[in-house]
Design a protein around this ligand. Structure first.
Ligand code: DQQ
Length: 577
């Protein structure tokens, strides 16, 4: 694409249509008022021990993850000037295990006109000859609505496995931009994916977009990764879904193979996943479907946005991205867990935003949903296992798990259901699991459940973040509800204490019910049904901090259940500088 920047600027100015809303965490008016250049206070209770976060300031989306010459690279949206969102540059950290991270110089700083007012999200692609390239969104006019173009960045030194320095080739950038011809709305055109190549030798990349309220993934093709031509049709679009941020598109092997597929893999052994981060709801939803490479079109198996829409995570998890880790043949999922604290509390903390624990993802054996599990490397932080022997847990009782550092722990528990006599009937009108979890919170006694874990709990249970199951009897099956209830997570009245919930597609009688919670000071990531459903919660206890945090198994339902396995580990601090 020939780049005449003055023509581009003019087109953009002429192209402005109706003023569109921008990403909802983009608070232009707050940028100058909320700014903390001071270091965060020592012994701050909410800083995590093994979740990725830089020393200070605001972070959001993970960007451009990749493995290069044996080193994992994580870039991220970063505001070096404060604890609220501000025009981002890219932070950069490297690792050999995705657990311990070393900082590298900030990159994608304002360099040319095509990223002068900020470098928003983007992705890495490894080009033939093992040459990484990054496509990301540059902001060329900040007001009134952050006009967006797509830029190409390349490493300065391919011999440096840490890829410390990047540059934006001036003669090529931007490589994709709105024009009067393509009618792309310049305020809703962002977040290019990792590219994939089809046998015709052309790269394909998706860019998030919306037309009025119809969200979509625009597709661009290129032979040389520099000159990009927009495809006539988006890969997929959906009415009233609003702006699609951070789209992702990748193959997964069928029938429960944990092995990941390289992004360009096609054929009868794989299905494809299309994910969109919906700006309107801040949900990362995905579909599993078929990619017709002749038509270059995607068809989801069960529609796009409906009652059975799937989410990676039913709590705090947004703007995620996957990459193929060819060293271990797996696909890794990374996401951003925003704070639930106020902007004023973030200034006191000196930081805002963490990343979720990296997860391996694969398609389940029935090709219906993805399974997610924390990367095995995270287990290197575990201390000695503490095991609670198999036992029954009666209704209205708790069992404390002692002998671990409960504020920074990995806890795994499995339940067997023994008594079905008091199971409640499922009402088919209960279609919203999150609402059901809010109505039937931790203290509401049920027939079978709630049972699960009270995490980040104070000794007297004045505070806790509860993660639990309830089981109901529907027409021909049992329905399992999984909840994460934050309503008593903190005595600080200003934190967001929304309760999250989802149904888990398991047979609780035949398979039992398992839960794994990664607890880390102000975050609890809960994996239900062996990774079929995941919920991330943020919590800011005022009593249950450091040594005063406890973890309990509990059953507040009227029927007993059996704990068949309960193993807990203290988690060491990861080295994240
Ligand atoms: N965050 C970035 C955008 C993206 C949004 C800006 C998603 O590129 O759409 O910080 O959180």
């Amino acid at each position: 694409m020939a780049s005449s920047l003055s023509f581009l600027l003019l087109s953009l100015i002429l192209c402005y249509g109706v003023v569109q809303l921008q990403a909802s965490h983009v608070y232009n008016h707050l940028q100058s008022t909320i700014s903390s250049k001071i270091s965060p206070p020592a012994n701050e209770p909410y800083r995590t021990g093994y979740h990725f976060q830089p020393v200070k300031n605001w972070i959001n989306d993970p960007n451009g993850p990749m493995l290069y010459k044996g080193i994992y690279h994580l870039f991220y949206q970063y505001n070096p000037n404060g604890t609220a969102w501000g025009p981002p540059v890219w932070g950069h950290s490297t690792s050999t295990d995705m657990v311990n991270w070393s900082p590298q110089p900030l990159t994608m700083q304002p360099e040319i006109l095509a990223n002068r007012y900020g470098s928003w999200s983007g992705s890495a692609t490894i080009l033939p000859g093992n040459k990484p390239a990054i496509l990301f969104t540059g902001i060329i006019i900040p007001q009134p609505q952050n006009s967006q173009v797509q830029d190409l960045a390349l490493p300065k030194d391919l011999n440096d496995p840490y890829l410390k320095e990047w540059y934006l080739p001036t003669k090529n950038n931007p490589v994709m931009f709105p024009t009067p011809q393509n009618q792309i709305n310049s305020s809703s055109f962002r977040d290019p994916t990792t590219a994939w190549m089809l046998p015709d030798g052309k790269w394909r990349v998706l860019v998030g977009n919306k037309r009025a309220t119809r969200g979509m993934a625009l597709m661009f093709r290129s032979k040389d990764f520099v000159n990009w031509v927009q495809a006539k049709h988006p890969l997929y679009s959906y009415p009233k879904s609003g702006m699609w941020e951070c789209p992702d598109f990748y193959p997964v092997y069928k029938n429960g193979k944990i092995m990941g597929a390289e992004t360009s893999a096609i054929g009868s052994l794989v299905k494809h996943v299309l994910k969109a981060s919906l700006d309107d709801t801040k949900h990362d939803i995905y579909t599993i479907g078929s990619y017709d490479t002749k038509r270059d079109a995607y068809t989801p198996d069960v529609g796009f946005m409906n009652a059975s829409s799937l989410r990676y995570d039913y709590g705090k998890f947004y703007a995620s991205k996957t990459f193929f880790d060819y060293s271990k043949n797996r696909r890794i999922l990374l996401g951003w867990a925003n704070e639930s604290s106020t902007a004023a509390d973030d200034v006191i903390k000196g930081w805002s935003g963490i990343h979720n624990t990296p997860r391996t993802i694969w398609l389940d054996e029935h090709n219906k949903q993805l399974i997610q599990w924390p990367i095995s490397e995270i287990e290197s932080l575990r201390g000695k296992p503490v095991k609670v022997p198999r036992r029954e847990i009666k209704g209205r009782s708790t069992v404390e798990v002692t002998g671990i550092t409960a504020v920074q722990a990995d806890v795994s528990i499995s339940f067997k259901i023994k008594d079905l006599t008091k199971v409640e009937k499922f009402d088919e009108k209960w279609t919203d699991p999150q609402l059901l979890c809010s109505v039937k919170g931790t203290t509401v006694k049920g027939g079978l459940g709630p049972f699960g874990l009270l995490t980040l709990a104070s000794k007297g249970l004045e505070e806790y973040t509860a993660v639990f199951f309830r089981v109901f009897k529907a027409h021909k099956k049992f329905v399992v509800l999984m909840c994460s209830d934050q309503s008593r997570s903190s005595q600080n009245p200003t934190t967001d204490k929304t309760t999250y919930g989802t149904f888990v597609d398991v047979d609780p009688i035949a398979e039992g019910l398992s839960l794994r919670a990664l607890i880390d000071h102000s975050v609890v990531e809960s994996f239900g049904g062996k990774g079929k459903s995941v919920i991330t919660a943020r919590a800011y206890p005022t009593l249950a901090t450091f040594k005063n945090a406890h973890v309990f198994a509990f059953n507040y339902g009227s029927s007993s259940v059996e704990i068949t396995e309960l193993t807990a580990w203290s988690m060491k601090k990861a080295k994240i500088a």
